[in-house]
Structure formats: C-alpha cells, structure tokens
Ligand binder design. Structure first.
Ligand SMILES: O=P(O)(O)OC[C@@H](O)[C@@H](O)c1c[nH]c2ccccc12
Length: 255
C-alpha cells in the first residue's frame, strides 16, 4: 500500500466515526467566510500561503514545538495572505483544535489541509472555521470530486483543487475549479520537482484560473522560478516550520 492509500484508509474510519458523532446542525459556524479569491483579485502581488505543519509522512517530525496561534500571528505580520492548517492527526500531527485556534488569532482566510473523501469532513471543517478546503484529485473519482466540490460551494466555502499531472488538471478544470494547486510533490513517491508547475502552467487559463504552486519551495530562486511560470500564489510549509528566523526567511524567499 502506498502512503496515500494508507492515509485514505484512515480517512474512511474517521468518516465512519464523524457520521456517528458530528452533526453540523448542532455545531453551527459562528464566523463569516473570509475569501482568498478576493485577495488574489485585489492586486498582482505574489501571495504567500503559509502552512502550519508539525510533521509529514515523508519528513517525519518537522517541528512539534510551535504553537499554532503564535506561528499564525507571525505569518500574518510578515504578510502571508492565507494560513494553511494541517488537521490530520495520524500522519501530520495536526488537529481541528489547531484550525480553530488559528482562525481565532488571525484575520486571514484559513485553508483546511486534509484528505477529504466525504461531505461530513467538509461540514466538520466548515463548523471549525475553515474558509477553504482542499480537494485532492488523486484521491477521488471525478464523480466524487464534483459532488464534494458542489457541497463545499453550497456552504459558501472556497475550494483549492490539487493536481499533479495533466489528466488531474483536466479533471479540476472540468468541474470549474478557480483555485488550482499544482503540487510539486508526487504524493506517491514524495519526489519534488518544480518543473511540474512549469509544465502544467501552460494548460491553465490564467484569466479565470488561479495557479498556486505547492510544496518544495525553499529559496528565492525556487520562488522566482514558479512565479515566472505564472503562479499567483505559493504554498510553503516545511521551510517556514523549520525556520529559526521567520522574518529573514520571508525576506530571503521573496527578494
Ligand atoms: O512543506 P512543503 O514542502 O512546503 O509543502 C507544503 C504543502 O504544499 C504540502 O504540505 C501539501 C501539499 N498538498 C498536500 C496534501 C496533503 C497534505 C499536505 C500537502
């Protein structure tokens, strides 16, 4: 079994549990939804999506000591346009508590990073204050992708649709996705290659689709490369979570 298959098996169990324990009607959302798309449309500046990620299956523990509220506050002060919060417990050491705390701390859109396979997970994320959810094309059939996308939109959420190759990009475009995340990391092999962004950008309709380059970005050269390729935003996790001087790391990456 690949890691992705292992993760999806755990998600199936979580969905069964959630269906028994969680009901959106009993946990209404209290905060309005904060749009990322509007921020992207406001100006041409490259947007930074800063991620809170304690661990990952490919890297193990990245940084288990950081407090999500403090980290999110610093991300906001340094100019991040959105915060991404991993909420998977088993593989990424995250939680919905982290998400709720980040949402309470900052005035930025919050992206819930998880492996969504069922509507109940979307309801749950919505209830905890997520403004955007992630849908990973590689882990869904085209039919489920469309159903989950429509469910999220009905709640008023924005959806980041993640792709890694041409056929996945086609599937994202077929459902009308506006926010397209090109993951430079292959979720099956964990290999990172920024050429994935450079390849897929050519198939994107940049007038109506927003390209977000995700994963493996470390240096100013990396950032310049995906920006040059047409990325409107970058999603950075590990580099920020390992940084001992976030101000310098932001400056270094964006110079
Ligand atoms: O830590 P990195 O290499 O900067 O990557 C961040 C982000 O792109 C990565 O965490 C990610 C991209 N797609 C995902 C899907 C699920 C979990 C995590 C991810």
């Amino acid at each position: 079994m690949t890691i992705l298959e292992q993760i999806l098996a755990v998600k199936k169990q979580e969905v069964t549990e959630l269906k028994q324990t969680f009901d959106l009607a009993e946990h209404p959302r209290l905060t309005p939804i904060c749009s990322f798309i509007e921020r992207c449309q406001a100006n041409d500046q490259l947007k930074v999506i800063a991620e809170f990620k304690r661990a990952s299956p490919s890297k193990g523990t990245i940084n288990a000591k950081l407090d999500p509220k403090e980290q999110a506050q610093i991300y906001q002060e340094l100019g991040a346009s959105m915060i991404s919060v991993l909420t998977d417990r088993q593989f990424f050491q995250g939680s919905y508590q982290d998400l709720a705390q980040v949402k309470q701390t900052v005035e930025l859109p919050i992206l819930n990073k998880n492996f969504i396979i069922d509507e109940i997970q979307i309801d749950h994320a919505y209830s905890y204050g997520a403004d955007l959810i992630l849908l990973i094309v590689a882990s869904l059939t085209e039919e489920r992708l469309k159903q989950l996308y429509d469910h999220a939109k009905k709640l008023g959420l924005e959806v980041l649709v993640e792709v890694h190759d041409e056929s996945e990009l086609k599937a994202a475009q077929a459902i009308g996705a506006k926010l397209i995340g090109v993951n430079n990391r292959d979720l099956k092999t964990f290999k990172v290659d920024l050429a994935v962004t450079e390849r897929l950008t050519q198939l994107i309709n940049h007038d109506r689709e927003i390209l977000i380059s995700e994963s493996g970005l470390q240096t100013a050269d990396d950032v310049a490369r995906v920006k040059q390729a047409g990325a409107k935003a970058i999603l950075v996790g590990e580099t920020l979570m390992r940084s001992a001087d976030l101000e310098k790391t932001f400056q270094d990456m964006l110079k």
